[in-house]
Design a protein around this ligand. Structure first.
Ligand SMILES: *Cc1c(COP(=O)(O)O)cnc(C)c1O
Length: 361
């Protein structure tokens, strides 16, 4: 086999080897059609099957039915930051947010930029986003409550779903933890995320919307900004990110064939525990977030000095462990251990961490 590294990148991130091999095998000649998925019309019946299958897999894994619409859009999760208020802040309504890190801060900023009234219902900024707030207070006339289920940069995760009154739409940026655990997805009115962390290559943004929410949206928006137009055209108003959607479909099948979200959750808990156990059994590595709110996807940690962190990252890279540098806004180290990261990679990192501690303390 080729030399695959242990890939701890935060996104784009590791994909299942089985999926990459399937893609490789089909690359030149998809199902004896004599061309690759990259080269075929997005209006062909072959591509229709690919996109419809990917949508069906999203619903199957989320255990939701036809009361939801599935879209594959472009512009990243970042475009959803303004599309959501644009579509949902109707006259007199206030956009509500839980602010738990850099991504929700950006979502708030975008809503304000397009002139919408914003209310921060709770925030963990007082302690540098190192915990998840357990309570919040909505404004009058909330358009929705938006939160980020996993904070990719700080390494905190909601291990519960915030409770909102029935008439308040619940919206979630799940970019870095969707499909990593079973959740009651039926509690959400809109779920979105960039594909490039847990379900595929960059280029596609998955948006899952409850049909009842579509009826409450603003009209007259620019077509590309309008959820209802994308739904009416079944994600084919313009050319969708075809190749990315094709790979997402394969990743979702891979998840399904390996026991679905229940099995991947067990796998993810075990995988993250390898790294957290090292952190907890050492004074050398310092976890940066409140233990009860720790993410199973992104594990940030510090070493005793910036020099040692630099050395750690360099020595890890030299033995084939990449992507361990913390986000530039927070420094330190971060191991991202998404769905597709093999158990062996987490074991290898834990072992490397113990050796490095021995040799440097
Ligand atoms: C990466 C990330 C984003 C940004 O995604 P893009 O697809 O690059 O726009 C937004 N939210 C969260 C939680 C992320 O991890």
């Amino acid at each position: 086999m080729t030399n695959r590294v242990h890939n701890f990148n935060a996104g784009p991130a590791v994909l299942p080897l089985e999926v990459l091999k399937e893609v490789q095998a089909e690359l030149l000649d998809y199902k004896e059609e004599g061309l690759s998925v990259m080269e075929m019309s997005h209006r062909s019946s072959t591509f229709s099957q690919i996109i419809n299958d990917a949508k069906a897999m999203v619903k199957k894994l989320m255990k939701v039915g036809d009361e939801y619409e599935v879209l594959f859009l472009q512009g990243g999760a970042s475009s959803q930051f303004y599309m959501i208020p644009l579509n949902l802040c109707t006259e007199g309504k206030v956009a509500n947010y839980l602010n738990t890190g850099a991504w929700s801060t950006k979502a708030i900023k975008e809503a304000k930029k397009i002139g919408k009234e914003v209310h921060v219902a709770s925030s963990s900024e007082d302690k540098e986003f190192t915990y998840i707030p357990k309570t919040f207070k909505l404004s009058e006339n909330p358009a929705y409550l938006h939160y980020t289920s996993n904070n990719t940069i700080r390494g905190t995760e909601f291990h519960f779903i915030p409770e909102v009154p029935e008439d308040v739409p619940l919206i979630c940026d799940m970019s870095s933890n969707f499909f990593s655990r079973p959740m009651d997805f039926s509690k959400f009115d809109l779920i979105y995320g960039g594909a490039q962390k847990n379900i595929g290559p960059a280029g596609a943004t998955l948006v899952v919307i409850k049909r009842t929410l579509l009826e409450k949206m603003n009209t007259g928006l620019p077509t590309m900004m309008d959820y209802n137009s994308h739904v009416a055209q079944e994600s084919l108003y313009n050319t969708p990110p075809c190749f990315s959607i094709y790979v997402i479909g394969k990743v979702l099948h891979w998840l399904d064939e390996n026991g679905g979200l229940t099995a991947i959750e067990r796998h993810n808990i075990e995988k993250a525990a390898y790294v957290y156990d090292v952190i907890d059994s050492s004074d050398f590595y310092i976890g940066t977030v409140v233990p009860e709110d720790r993410s199973r996807m992104n594990i940030p940690f510090r070493l005793p000095s910036p020099e040692l962190e630099k050395k750690f990252i360099a020595e890890a890279a030299a033995v084939g462990m990449i992507g361990l540098k913390g986000h530039k806004s927070v420094g330190g180290c971060r191991a991202s251990v998404y769905n597709s990261l093999p158990m062996e990679s987490a074991k290898a990192l834990a072992e490397f961490m113990r050796d490095f501690e021995k040799n440097n303390s």
